[in-house]
Design a protein around this ligand. Structure first.
Ligand SMILES: *Cc1c(COP(=O)(O)O)cnc(C)c1O
Length: 956
C-alpha cells in the first residue's frame, strides 16, 4: 500500500530496523487495521481529531535525529568514561558495596523483576511480595523494632516522614522538632524543606550535652553520626521520652549488625538507607530508604507495607496491608504522598541479606570496622589526632589547616575522602576497602605506613549488639549459588510482569523498557560514582543530565527542568513548593488554597497538604471534565487566597479536555498558578506541550512515559519543568550548588540529582526515538486506546470520551451496569483476567466500579486483540451468571483466580476444570498459573503480620 500511515517505513530497512520499530508494537499493516476499526485514514487524522486545536503544538520537537541502538550505547559509554572512577571513602550516607553477581543477573538485570508493576494484584505478585516481606523482616530485625515498611524513597525523605509521623502521634502538641547536628547534612536540609510549609520549627543543635530547654514533639538522631561517632543514645532517648516527645534514629543497617539497635534503646522510629546492602552508589540513587516503628505506630506508617493474609483456600498469602491509609482513599487527609517507592532496590537489598545471612553480614561489618580501626591506630601512631574513640566505619581525623591538602593528595592517589571544614577529614571504610587503600590514605595524611595489624575496637562494650537477627530460615538457607539461583527463579516465576504479557494499567504507562536502555545502568562509570564527589569527577553525568533536561524542556515547552525529585509525588511537592515560594516572593503570603478536581490522582491532594496548602475540591461535570461553573465559584470564594490549581492532563478520565486553556486563564486571572500533573505525558509528547498551553509547572514520570521500568513499585524519577518565573524556586542542594538555583526551595531528595543512575534509560529512549519516533509513539498509544475502546464498547460502555467521541491514551470501561444485573464485580473481572493470562487494568480509579485501560504503543495488535477477546469472553460469562445458568456464589468469576492445586481438590463446581483454567482456548503450554487463590485482604488487616511468618505457618 502506498499510503502508509507511518512517518517512515518501519520494516525493510537494509541496515537493520530502527529502534522505533522495536519500541512500537504494531507493524504498519496492523496500524492500518486499527485505524480502519477506529475510522481514520491516518495517524495524523486521528490525533488531529482527538487533540483540541487550542493545545496542539505548532513547533516540531527540537531534538537530535534518532540514533541506532549501538550508537546510543557508544555515546553513553563515552559519557560514562567522562566520570572519573575513584575509590569512594566519602561516607556521609553512601558506601561502596558489592552487588552479588547472582543478584545482578537474576534480579537487577532480569525483566521478570524490573518490569513488574506495583503489587496491587497480590495473587500474581507473590514473588516480589515475599522479597519485600524479607526486606521488612531484615529492617525490623536489624533495627530492633517490630514493624518496618517495604521501602521509602531515600534516607532523607524517610527522616522527614518520621518527623511528620511523630508529630501526628503527639497531636496538638508543640511544633518544635530538634535535630542533632551530627545528622547527615542532606537529611537535615530535606527535613528543613519539608518542615517549613507545615509550620514545624526545626532546631539543629549539638545534643552531646543533652536536650535544649523548651517544648518539643520529637528529636532526630544519627547512629553512627555523620562524623562517624558512635554514642550511647539511651540517656538522650530517655530524656526525650520524659519530656513527652518521641525519638527517631537514622541508622546504618550494616553497623547495626555489631551495635545495639536503636529499637532496643527505646527509639520510636528508625529510618535509613539500605544502599550499602548491594545497591550501587549510582551518583546518589536510586536506593531504598527504610522506616521501622515501635508497636503502636504501625498504622501511621507511610508508604507500602506488605502483610500476611490468607487466600480463598485458607492458604497463607501476601498482599499490601492497610491500603486504606493510602492517598487514593484518604486524599487530603492522607498522611503521606508516597506512591511509587523503591521496590526493585529493596528487593536487591533484601537478597543481599538472604545471600550473606546474619553471619556473612557480621563478617562484612567486622571487616569494615577492622579497616576503620586499623586506620585509626595508624593515624594516631603517625601523630594525627583521631577525634572519636567510638566509631563503626568512619574515622574523623584532625589535621589543623591541612584538611584540604590531605583530601587533594588522596584524590590525586585515586581515593576520595570527606572534607569536614578546614581542619578535619572524614575517612569512611566500606565493603570494598582493602589494606592497600588504608596504606594510600595514610600516605595522603603524610604519616608513615607501618605493617601492623594492631586493631583496637571502636565499639564500646556497652554498645555491642547481643541480640540475634535474621534468624528466619530464609536468611539461612541459600548459601550456595545454586540454591540462591533457584530461590530467585522460584520467586520470579510466581509473578506476572511485562515479560509475560501486557499490563494495561490506566495512568501508569507500562510500556517497553528496552534492553539497550537498561544496559548502561550497571556500568561502573555510572554505578560507581559517589553523589558528593567533586563535580569535575562527574562530568559525564553532568553532561547527560543537562542534555536530558534540555530535551525534556523541549518536549514539555518549559524553560527549566529539575531532575531531583525521585518520584512523581516528590515532583508534585517540589512544583507546589515553587509556586508557594513564588507567591511569597511577591508578598502574597496569604495565597494558600490549592484547587484540585474531584477526579485527581490521590498524590495531588496529599502533596498540596505537604506544601502547606489547603485543598479545595472542584467538582467534575457529568462528562468527566472539570465543572467550569464550579471552578468559577471556587475562584470567587477563595479570592486572593487562591494559590494554584492542580489538574491532570489529559484528564484522569483519559480524555483531552477542551477546557484546559480556559481553566488556566481563569486561574491566572485570579492570581493563581497552574500545576499540570504530567504523569500522563504519553498522550502529549510531540503533539502538545503543557508549557505552551497555559501551565506554569508540571512533573513528568520518567518511569511511565520515558521507559524507566516500574520495578514492581519503584524506582521512579519525577522531574519538574517550570516556566521562567518559577525557575528561581526549583529545588537545590546544600552540598552541590550546581544542582539548583541559590534562591531555590531546598532539597526534596537526599541526592543532588535524585536517582541519577537511571537517567541513562530515559536519555537512551529519547536519543534512539528522535523527534518523529516520539511523536509516532504517542500517536500509536492514542490509536491503541481508541482501538480497545471501539472493540469493547458494545460489551462495556466507555465512560468518557472527548472530541469526536475519541479518548486519549487510555479509556475507562464501565462495569457498573453489568455488576447491577449480574452481581459480578470489578474484582471478579480483575481476578478472572488472571485465568485468561492477563494483569488487570486499574481498578475503580478514578471512578468506582470501572476499569481504566492503557494499552500503550508497545503492545502489538495480536496482544491487544487477545486482551479484548478476554474481556468480551468475561462479559459473556457474566451473562451466564445473570441468566442464572451459573449461581451467583459459585461461578468461574467469583472463584477466580484458579490455581493448579484447586483442580486436584474435589471438584463440585457447576463448570468444568477446563473452563476454570483454560478459558481462552490459548495453548496449554502458554498458561500462567497463579500461585494462590483470591486473597482476603481484610483478614490480614485485622491480623496484622508484616514480617516473615515461621515456616510452620505455611502448613495448611
Ligand atoms: C503515577 C501518577 C502520580 C504519582 O507518581 P509516583 O511516581 O507514583 O509518585 C501522580 N499523578 C498521576 C496522574 C499519576 O498517574
Amino acid at each position: 500500500m502506498s499510503t502508509s500511515p507511518r512517518v517512515q517505513p518501519l520494516t525493510g530497512v537494509s541496515d537493520g530496523a530502527p529502534f522505533v520499530a522495536r519500541h512500537v508494537g504494531p507493524r504498519d499493516d496492523e496500524i492500518a487495521t486499527m485505524l480502519a476499526a477506529v475510522g481514520y485514514e491516518s495517524l495524523d487524522a486521528l490525533t488531529d481529531a482527538a487533540v483540541p486545536e487550542a493545545i496542539r503544538t505548532l513547533s516540531e520537537l527540537d531534538l537530535p535525529d534518532p540514533s541506532t541502538e549501538l550508537e546510543a550505547l557508544e555515546e553513553l559509554r563515552q559519557l560514562s568514561r567522562r566520570n572519573r572512577r575513584q575509590t569512594q571513602m566519602i561516607g556521609q550516607g553512601y558506601s561502596d558495596t558489592v552487588t552479588p553477581p547472582v543478584v545482578v543477573r537474576r534480579v537487577l538485570e532480569n525483566p521478570g523483576w524490573y518490569t513488574a508493576y506495583t503489587p496491587y494484584q497480590p495473587e500474581i505478585s507473590q514473588g516480589r511480595l515475599e522479597a519485600l516481606l524479607n526486606f521488612q523482616t531484615m529492617v525490623a530485625d536489624l533495627t530492633g523494632l517490630p514493624t518496618a515498611n517495604a521501602s521509602l524513597l531515600d534516607e532523607a525523605t524517610a527522616a522527614a516522614e518520621a518527623m511528620t509521623l511523630m508529630r501526628r502521634a503527639v497531636r496538638g502538641g508543640p511544633d518544635r522538632f530538634v535535630v542533632d547536628a551530627d545528622c547527615l547534612p542532606q537529611t537535615i536540609a530535606v527535613v528543613q524543606t519539608r518542615a517549613e510549609p507545615l509550620g514545624i520549627t526545626v532546631e539543629v543543635a549539638d545534643l552531646e550535652g543533652g536536650l535544649p530547654e523548651g517544648e518539643l514533639f520529637g528529636v532526630l538522631l544519627q547512629y553512627p553520626g555523620s562524623s562517624g561517632q558512635v554514642r550511647d543514645l539511651r540517656p538522650l532517648i530517655d530524656e526525650v521520652h520524659a519530656r513527652g516527645a518521641q525519638v527517631a534514629v537514622a541508622a546504618d543497617l550494616l553497623a547495626l549488625t555489631l551495635l545495639t539497635p536503636p529499637g532496643e534503646m527505646g527509639a520510636d522510629v528508625v529510618v535509613g538507607s539500605s544502599q550499602r546492602f548491594g545497591v550501587p552508589l549510582g551518583y546518589g540513587g536510586p536506593h531504598a530508604g527504610y522506616i521501622g516503628v515501635r508497636s503502636g505506630l504501625e498504622r501511621g506508617l507511610p508508604g507500602r507495607l506488605v502483610g500476611v493474609s490468607v487466600d480463598a483456600d485458607g492458604s497463607q498469602a501476601y498482599r499490601l496491608a492497610l491500603q486504606t491509609r493510602e492517598q487514593h482513599i484518604r486524599r487530603e487527609r492522607a498522611t503521606s504522598n508516597i506512591c511509587t517507592a523503591q521496590v526493585l532496590l529493596a528487593v536487591v537489598a533484601s537478597m543481599y541479606a538472604v545471600w550473606h545471612g546474619p553471619d556473612g553480614l557480621r563478617d562484612i561489618a567486622r571487616r569494615v570496622h577492622g579497616h576503620a580501626s586499623m586506620l585509626a591506630v595508624q593515624l594516631r601512631a603517625g601523630g594525627v589526632e583521631v577525634v572519636h574513640d567510638a566509631f563503626f566505619d568512619t574515622v574523623l581525623a584532625k589535621v589543623p589547616g591541612r584538611a584540604e591538602a590531605v583530601v587533594a593528595e588522596a584524590a590525586e592517589l585515586g581515593i576520595n575522602l570527606g572534607l569536614d571544614g578546614p581542619d578535619r577529614v572524614r575517612v569512611a571504610c566500606d565493603e570494598v576497602t582493602t589494606d592497600a587503600d588504608i596504606a594510600v590514605v595514610l600516605k595522603a595524611f603524610g604519616t608513615g605506613v607501618e605493617p601492623t595489624h594492631e586493631i583496637r575496637s571502636g565499639i564500646p562494650a556497652q554498645l555491642q549488639r547481643s541480640s540475634e537477627f535474621l534468624t528466619h530460615p530464609v536468611f539461612n538457607a541459600h548459601r550456595s549459588e545454586t540454591s540462591m539461583l533457584r530461590y530467585l527463579r522460584r520467586l520470579a516465576d510466581k509473578d506476572y510482569a511485562l515479560d509475560r504479557g501486557m499490563i494495561p494499567l490506566g495512568s501508569c504507562t507500562m510500556k517497553l523498557n528496552a534492553a539497550t536502555e537498561m544496559e548502561p545502568i550497571t556500568w561502573p562509570g555510572f554505578a560507581g560514582i559517589h553523589p558528593f564527589v567533586p563535580i569535575e569527577q562527574a562530568e559525564g553525568y553532568l553532561e547527560l543530565i543537562r542534555q536530558l533536561e534540555k530535551w525534556l524542556a523541549t518536549i514539555t515547552g518549559y524553560a527549566a527542568v529539575s531532575m531531583q525529585p525521585n518520584a512523581g509525588s516528590q515532583g508534585e511537592l517540589a512544583g507546589l513548593l515553587a509556586i508557594r515560594a513564588y507567591h511569597r516572593s511577591r508578598g502574597d503570603d496569604q495565597r494558600d488554597v490549592c484547587l484540585i478536581p474531584s477526579s485527581a490522582h490521590g498524590t495531588n491532594a496529599a502533596s498540596a497538604v505537604m506544601a502547606g496548602m489547603r485543598v479545595a475540591v472542584v467538582a467534575g461535570a457529568d462528562d468527566g471534565t472539570v465543572d467550569l461553573d464550579d471552578l468559577r465559584a471556587k475562584i470567587d470564594e477563595h479570592g486572593d487566597r487562591l494559590a494554584a490549581i492542580m489538574v491532570t492532563y489529559p484528564s484522569t478520565h483519559g480524555v483531552y479536555e477542551e477546557g484546559i486553556a480556559e481553566i488556566a486563564r481563569l486561574v491566572h486571572d485570579a492570581g493563581g498558578q497552574v500545576y499540570v500533573d504530567g504523569a500522563n505525558l504519553n498522550a502529549l509528547v510531540g503533539l502538545a506541550k503543557p508549557g505552551e498551553f497555559g501551565a506554569d509547572v508540571s512533573h513528568l514520570n520518567l518511569h511511565k512515559t520515558f521507559c524507566i521500568p516500574h520495578g514492581g513499585g519503584g524506582p521512579g524519577v519525577g522531574p519538574i519543568g517550570v516556566r521562567e518565573h518559577l525557575r528561581p524556586f526549583l529545588p537545590n542542594h546544600p552540598l552541590l550548588p550546581e544542582a539548583g538555583p541559590a534562591t531555590g526551595v531546598g532539597p526534596v531528595a537526599a541526592a543532588p540529582f535524585g536517582s541519577a543512575s537511571i537517567l541513562p534509560i530515559s536519555w537512551a529512549y529519547i536519543r534512539m526515538m528522535g523527534p518523529d519516533g516520539l511523536k509516532l509513539a504517542t500517536q500509536v498509544a492514542v490509536l491503541a486506546a481508541n482501538y480497545v475502546a471501539v472493540r469493547l464498547r458494545d460489551h462495556f460502555p466507555v465512560l468518557y470520551t472527548g472530541r469526536n467521541g475519541l479518548v486519549a491514551h487510555e479509556c475507562i470501561v464501565d462495569l457498573r451496569p453489568m455488576t447491577k444485573e449480574s452481581g459480578v464485580t470489578v474484582d471478579d473481572v480483575a481476578k478472572r483476567l488472571i485465568d485468561y493470562g492477563f494483569h488487570a487494568p486499574t481498578m475503580s480509579f478514578p471512578v468506582a466500579g470501572t476499569l481504566m485501560i492503557e494499552p500503550t504503543e508497545s503492545e502489538d495488535l495480536a496482544e491487544l486483540d487477545r486482551f479484548c477477546d478476554a474481556m468480551i469472553a468475561i462479559r459473556a460469562e457474566a451473562e451466564r451468571v445473570r441468566s442464572g445458568d451459573w449461581p451467583a456464589e459459585d461461578n468461574p468469576l467469583r472463584n477466580a483466580p484458579h490455581t493448579a492445586s484447586s483442580l486436584v481438590a474435589e471438584w463440585d463446581h457447576p463448570y468444568s476444570r477446563a473452563t476454570a483454567v483454560y478459558p481462552s482456548g490459548a495453548p496449554a503450554d502458554e498458561k500462567y498459573w497463579p500461585p494462590v487463590r483470591r486473597i482476603d485482604g481484610a483478614y490480614g488487616d485485622r491480623n496484622l503480620v508484616c514480617s516473615c511468618p515461621a515456616p510452620e505457618a505455611f502448613e495448611s
